[in-house]
Write a protein that binds this ligand. Sequence first.
Ligand SMILES: *[C@@H]1O[C@H](CO)[C@@H](O)[C@H](O)[C@H]1NC(C)=O
Length: 405
Amino acid sequence: MYLHWLLLVLASVGWVSNAENCSFADYSSAYKNIFEHLGLDKNNILMPDIRPLYWSHTTDVYVDLYVTSIIDVNEKDQSITTQVKMITFQLNGLFWWFEDFCGIQTIAVKKDMLWTPDILIKESIKTEFGTKQSPYVQLNFWGMSVSVDILALTTACKMDLYRFPFDTQICNITLHSAVYTKEELTINPFSNNKSLSQESKELFQAQGEWELLSIDISDYTSNFLWNSQDLLIYQITIKRRPLLYVMNIILPVFVFLVLDVMSFFIDASGTEKLSFKVTLLLSVSVLLLILNDTLPSTSDKLPLIGIYCSAIFSLIGISILETILVNLLKAKGAEKRSVETTAAITGQDNVEDLQSPPDSVRDQDGMQRSLCWTRVARIIDVTFLVLYIITVIVFLSVLKRTWFP
Ligand SMILES: *[C@@H]1O[C@H](CO)[C@@H](O)[C@H](O)[C@H]1NC(C)=O
């Protein structure tokens, strides 16, 4: 288990190489000699097919996986596209003593000349090589082979968008062998959690919507049918930078709500107020459309931002209904008053002296009734405004508490 550490230390101690004593010709022949020494020059067909067994009957593969950028996070498809750098180390028992070969400590060997572990990614939907896949594996004189792959991985990731856009997502990348059981092949992490996260953050290239918080490694054994397999899970925690959504959705919708409240104080005819409010409603519905493009339609819990937008949409809708009602009452009052006044005026015109007292009584009665309608309208308006403001405050504070617990 700790053999590789020992070997690494040995390698880094650094013997004095005798490369200086080698001429160019010696050097190139030494290079060839290593291949001969290792038996790689022969067309040894078995070499790539046989799992190397040295020191134990289990082959230990060591893996390091660095997330170098997050290319795309698709909430609708629940997938994440990352660029990862995967370094695979494994001991393969091909040794040479570099002193004998002009101090050559590492050579590059074609991948298909050696056995390489068949590591699959469980969540993978699509894998592309970020650059052209290197056809070579690096071999060390102390029997370790190192291969480096840069992959653009699209993996499935179950996302919880309840707190969108103030959300943190955890996506797993699970490495496992396709065919080998736990007894045959173990996949081990090479670096520990901390250094892997640190290194990934340093390698992280993009400054996009997502911030890489940490990478955690856990080793699992899965039992599938009669096989038990070794799994290595990389748990990638990423956090969204919410500013764009705050600026584009949350803030405008809030401003529309404030405008709606303020529109109660517009001193204008009812229809003008109504058209102002309807414009607000339309603006909110445009923002709802934008939101619709981002969030998945199937979600266990409705995202809070959806609740926020549709609740404000409904509030504005209700306030429009109230404005219509108040308009109706006001119109009724005004209509009554004008009818009564015209009747009074014509009555006064036609009959000058007679029946004047009853007329004015009727007139006053009508005036009173029309005043009554207007007063009812005003009372409804004020009561509604107070209730409306209370509702908005309660709604926003409850929402804030659920959003940022
Ligand atoms: C991710 O891995 C962790 C273990 O590290 C596990 O508990 C969790 O269920 C996994 N998540 C998914 C979506 O598979």
